[in-house]
Design a binder for this molecule. Structure first.
Ligand SMILES: *[C@@H]1O[C@H](CO)[C@@H](O)[C@H](O)[C@H]1NC(C)=O
Length: 277
């Protein structure tokens, strides 16, 4: 099984955008990762029309469903050049209203993070939006999209025993699962188009990667194309500095973020004028 990301590119520009969104993040809608196809579609093309319809269908649907798929322009009787397949998935423990907020946020970012991309995945903390030019629904895909290992590590045997309990339990998620053992918590989810057997397979792969890639980290996340698994030591996220005294810092960060974001867009536009056409 390959762990490379063949159709996804990353660039310095992308890192800047990443930073920009990190600075503007709200916890639940926190940016996790984005992957963009290298192939670009033409502005004002039929694909773009379908792309825009897809995004609005996703936003509309997210106010009454936690998950949905859409296929547009895939009618076989005409050309399928403009075909687009998209899905969104909210985290299983979210309220619909928060699902909808997260999806709105993801949809508003995807065109900025992956401009004119034929395919993109944007994962925020509590929701995913993905679209492709090909039909990917229900096709087992365990390619690694993103992993994050905490810098802090544990050398406590009890911690590892509890962590392994949590990870073993998470593999039984047929859909979504939260698990706790002692002071370790975790959650896992497969996207809604994944069969029960593919979900089990995907999660065992994700859990294997959590252990092999993140070793003794106190908190770790592994996102594969169709599923993810995460664990953390209880209190790990609460202990990150976010007290009232930090409000000034936050405001400064937001201002810096906005200025940086505008700069990035300008760079992007001038870069694109030279290189994209
Ligand atoms: C378009 O894609 C959807 C989702 O995979 C599928 O259910 C539908 O049958 C497809 N339509 C055509 C005409 O192929």
């Amino acid at each position: 099984m390959s762990t490379s990301l063949p159709q996804y590119s990353s660039s310095r520009l992308y890192s800047l955008l990443f930073l920009f969104f990190r600075l503007l993040q709200v916890k639940a809608n926190m940016f996790m990762y984005a992957g963009c196809s290298q192939e670009k579609f033409q502005p004002n093309s039929p694909f773009e029309t379908n792309f825009n319809s897809l995004l609005s269908s996703i936003v509309t649907s997210s106010s009454h469903d936690m998950y949905n798929i859409f296929a547009l322009g895939n009618d076989t009787s005409i050309s399928t050049d403009s075909a687009i397949y998209g899905l969104y998935q909210c985290r299983g423990d979210q309220k619909l209203i928060d699902c909808s907020k997260c999806i709105k946020s993801a949809v508003s970012q995807v065109g900025l993070v992956c401009p004119y991309a034929y395919g993109a995945s944007l994962q925020l903390d509590t929701c995913l939006v993905r679209y492709e030019h090909f039909n990917f629904f229900g096709k087992l895909d365990t390619s690694l999209r993103f992993r994050k290992c905490s810098r802090s590590v544990s050398n406590d045997v009890e911690f590892f025993r509890r962590r392994d309990d949590v990870l073993a339990d998470l593999q039984r998620a047929a859909g979504f699962r939260v698990s706790t053992s002692g002071l370790v918590e975790g959650l896992a989810q497969c996207s809604g188009d994944t069969s029960a057997s593919d979900c089990a397979y995907c999660l065992s792969d994700a859990v294997g990667k959590l252990k092999s890639l993140c070793g003794s980290a106190e908190a770790a996340d592994v996102f594969l194309a169709q599923c993810y698994a995460r664990y953390w030591a209880s209190g790990y996220y609460d202990s990150s500095p976010s007290s009232n005294s930090d409000d000034v810092g936050k405001t400064v960060a937001i201002i810096v973020g906005v200025v940086a974001g505008i700069a990035v867009v300008i760079v992007l536009l001038s870069f694109c004028r030279k290189a994209c056409y």
